[in-house]
Ligand binder design. Structure first.
Ligand code: NAI
Ligand code: A1CAB
Length: 284
């Protein structure tokens, strides 16, 4: 289904680049099927053109008539303006995908022509290497065919989870923001490794392999993480000492609080937008 489809990304930041890289790399979409635009930075468009062979165009030069999928990838604070500006460019066949945190399908539907097909999507930056955990939740008017088409596209960038829209905030807390928690953890592990006399490059490789191995154990052994943790932990051994320090320092609670705080922030963004308070979002 994807072979003939034309895709326009509105927004050319980190998330758009990660998706473009994953999509182009999958080989299921040719770079000539992808257009990207942004607010004003033409150097950035040149960079994406050079790296991925896609087209980078000024917003006013996008041939919307020829597009099938339009992917919104700007910041939530810019959503309302962009949706309003799109109103006169769209027809009923256009499928709109939004990757914006906190932007509900009803918000999109209310700002677009009546009956417009929209899908709310939450990918993460591991899209870049085809390893995103991506959620999707279709709007009221989206056909099954278009839902299937979007799923096919999103499968180019990783695993896709079809969820209900009320689960989007927690999914954002877990997976949209999730890579950052692991990078944060890895930064701290790196620091400890270097303090323990390993060089930075080796430490980084050791940590990355350890994280990768742990993730693959979960995915391939279908085992509960608690059981896998116990398998590592000898009574009165090194891991018990490590886990005890983690627990004494609030490690477990901190991790759960990170996920819940991100989910709460996603809900707050929605609520500010619903109240017409885009200006409250400032840099978001
Ligand atoms: N960075 C991440 O890990 C993830 C981000 N997201 C969502 O993706 C969206 C983009 O995030 P980032 O790429 O990190 O932001 P970014 O700041 O790197 O990129 C935003 C892009 O939007 C463009 N833009 C602003 N106004 C525009 C307009 N009127 N028309 C067209 N383009 C416009 C900017 O020029 C820029 O290229 C956000 O809504 C965020 O919630 C979702 C999942 C993960
Ligand atoms: O930090 C943010 O708001 C975006 C959404 C999920 C990941 N990054």
């Amino acid at each position: 289904m994807l072979k003939t489809k034309k895709i326009a990304f509105l927004g050319a930041g980190s998330m758009a680049e990660a998706m473009i890289a994953g999509i182009v790399d999958s080989g299921l979409i040719s770079p000539s099927q992808v257009i990207v635009t942004n607010k004003s930075n033409s150097q950035r468009l040149d960079e994406l053109k050079r790296k991925y062979g896609i087209k980078g165009l000024h917003r006013n030069d996008i041939p919307f008539d020829e597009m099938d999928l339009i992917i919104l990838a700007m910041k939530p604070k810019d959503a309302e303006n962009v949706l309003t500006s799109l109103k006169h460019e769209l027809n009923q066949d256009h499928l709109i995908l939004s990757v914006l945190a906190g932007i509900s399908t009803s918000f999109m539907e209310n700002h677009l022509p009546s009956g417009q097909q929209v899908i709310r999507v939450m990918p993460n930056t591991s899209s870049m290497i085809g390893e995103s955990a991506t959620a999707m939740s279709p709007g009221t008017h989206t056909t099954q065919n278009n839902t299937k088409l979007a799923k096919e596209l999103l499968e180019c960038i990783g695993k896709v989870f079809m969820i209900t829209e009320d689960q989007m905030d927690i999914f954002t807390g877990l997976a949209g923001s999730g890579p950052a928690y692991f990078y944060y953890l890895m930064e701290h592990m790196e620091q400890a490794g270097v303090e323990g006399s390993l060089d930075m490059e080796t430490t980084r490789e050791i940590i990355a392999q350890t994280v990768l191995g742990a993730a693959r154990m979960i995915m391939e052994q279908y085992e509960d993480p608690g059981v896998l943790r116990e398998n590592v932990t000898s009574p009165n051994g090194t891991t018990a000492a490590g886990l005890d320090a983690l627990s004494r320092n609030g490690g477990g609670k901190a991790i759960a609080a990170a996920v819940l705080s991100a989910a709460k922030r996603s809900r707050e963004i929605s609520s500010d937008l619903e109240k017409g308070q885009s200006s409250k979002l400032q840099t978001v």
